[in-house]
Design a protein around this ligand. Structure first.
Ligand code: 13P
Ligand code: ZN
Length: 275
């Protein structure tokens, strides 16, 4: 089957284009990866090359041995993904040791997978193990309101989680585990990958200070929805802080506890501190 006609590739392209339309992907900003299901690989087996050179991942991910991923290319523009997916994206295979990858399809005009591949793969490895294989999508974007907040809120999980939960009643239901915060770090390397994957053991969302957001989820809808919800909440907070330095009223810790009960989620008490 033609790769571009598969529902998984169409879902990948649609999500990337939705992100572009939200304004989260200036130039080549952001990247998206998806861990393919075995049946999705089989569907396109005859389209996959197996003669490209193996290249170092820059991280060790033995838990992803033999897996296939759809990935965005480094330096490629999200704006172009829906128009030229075969040039902007690739399918890669991970070797048995989880040390190297090779390109099996795509990047038709040349290039390599996203520079954030170490972060994506280390986080896929963590999430695959923690969710029994359910999480398949890792998404990094540059949403402006969330980034703006990293200049004014303390760079702490507690502060980000509580402030964003307060901005929209359904936020604690969408990300009940909270949000992790990675301090400013050089992008694209192993160090930021290690710091992010530590946080992703607890959370599905991590903020990269002065840079962007990093989300993990089961499928395209849930992962896009998570990014969208966090950024919408950040947008409300930016409006509130722009109108007035302080809130006149907000959702209280006991109200969060009642919400948790009715919506059957567990909200860690560390986020429900008295202010
Ligand atoms: P890539 O173009 O290599 O994916 O990098 C974009 C980015 O957002 C880095 O954090
Ligand atoms: Zn980035």
């Amino acid at each position: 089957m033609n790769v571009l006609e598969t529902s998984v590739m169409q879902g990948f392209i649609r999500m990337a284009d939705d992100g572009w339309q939200q304004g989260w992907h200036e130039r080549n900003g952001g990247n998206l990866t998806y861990r393919m299901k075995p049946e999705e690989v089989e569907q396109i087996r005859e389209e996959l090359q197996d003669n490209q050179p193996w290249q170092d991942i820059g991280a060790s991910v033995p838990g992803l041995s033999g897996e296939y991923f759809i990935v965005t290319g480094s330096g490629k523009y999200f704006r172009n993904i829906s128009l030229f997916p075969e040039d902007s994206c690739a399918i890669i295979e991970i070797d048995k040791a989880g040390e190297r990858f090779r390109i099996c399809w795509g990047l038709a005009g040349g290039g390599r997978p996203t520079s954030e591949l170490p972060s994506h793969l280390m986080n896929h490895e963590v999430k695959k193990a923690l969710t029994g294989g359910k999480h398949r999508v890792i998404y990094h974007a540059h949403p402006a309101n969330t980034i703006a907040l990293t200049f004014v809120l303390p760079l702490e999980d507690q502060a980000f989680t509580r402030e964003l939960w307060e901005m929209a009643t359904e936020c604690p239901v969408v990300f009940p585990d909270g949000i992790g915060v990675v301090p400013w770090m050089v992008p694209g390397g192993r160090d930021i990958a290690v710091e992010t994957s530590k946080l992703m053991k607890q959370y599905d969302v991590a903020v990269w200070a002065h840079h962007g957001l990093f989300c993990s989820g089961e499928d395209f809808d849930l992962t896009f929805g998570l990014m969208h919800t966090v950024e919408k909440s950040a947008q409300i907070l930016v409006k509130v802080l722009s109108m007035t330095g302080s809130k006149r009223q907000t959702i209280q810790p006991d109200e969060f506890r009642s919400l948790a009960k009715d919506f059957h989620v567990t909200l860690p008490e560390k986020f429900l501190y008295e202010k």
